[in-house]
Ligand binder design. Structure first.
Ligand SMILES: CCCCCCCC(=O)SCCNC(=O)CCNC(=O)[C@H](O)C(C)(C)COP(=O)(O)OP(=O)(O)OC[C@H]1O[C@@H](n2cnc3c(N)ncnc32)[C@H](O)[C@@H]1OP(=O)(O)O
Length: 158
């Protein structure tokens, strides 16, 4: 059983967890036992209907926190499918607790769930399939320098 431990951002400019992205969600994700969690508040940058979080911002939060279960699975992987069930509107400036965990795994796929609660009530829940990739995926499709940073962060978390 792992203890409570802060995990490094995917990248400084990551929209979900990057500390340098002024419009990001700034998720600070911790590993606790068999799941990861973060506490956040959506604000005007993430607004949809007046006073409420945009569904895309909620989806991004789910996607990003699910991307931290990779430290549990101990493999790089990327989102192939993501389904979000929006159960209640999420007001801006309201503390939301998000958790994610790995529920199943095959040779190529990770099955991940996430849950967003306000108090004891679930406001949104998500399921995703992530496909395992090797680090060359990010070199092939992304930015070389930033990928080197990502690799460093991935191994730093050990
Ligand atoms: C370090 C991590 C940072 C994480 C950041 C937060 C998460 C993100 O935002 S990731 C960004 C968004 N996602 C992407 O950009 C991914 C784009 N997609 C791709 O690059 C490709 O489709 C990729 C790499 C996922 C898969 O490509 P490819 O290997 O050709 O796919 P494919 O052969 O069809 O499927 C691979 C395996 O997964 C399985 N699989 C695919 N979809 C599913 C599914 N829905 N359910 C179950 N299994 C599935 C397939 O069955 C296959 O398994 P097997 O080899 O045993 O037959």
């Amino acid at each position: 059983m792992r203890g409570d431990k802060p995990l490094p951002a995917h990248a400084p400019w990551c929209m979900g967890c990057g500390e340098d992205n002024p419009n990001g969600l700034h998720l600070e994700v911790h590993l606790h036992g068999d799941h990861v969690y973060a506490d956040l508040q959506f604000d005007e940058r993430h607004s949809g209907a007046p006073g409420l979080a945009h569904g895309g911002a909620i989806s991004a939060a789910c996607d990003d926190i699910m991307g931290f279960t990779l430290w549990i699975a101990e493999t790089p992987a990327v989102t192939r499918t993501l389904t979000v069930e929006y159960r209640r509107p999420v007001p801006l400036h309201t503390p939301v607790h998000i958790t994610a965990s790995l529920v199943d795994e095959t040779d190529r796929a990770l099955f991940i769930e996430a849950n967003g609660t306000v108090g004891d009530t679930t406001y949104f829940a998500a399921e995703a399939v992530f496909v395992k990739v090797d680090l060359s995926h990010f070199l092939r499709h992304g930015d070389w320098g930033a990928t080197a940073d990502l690799i460093t962060r991935f191994f730093q978390a050990d």
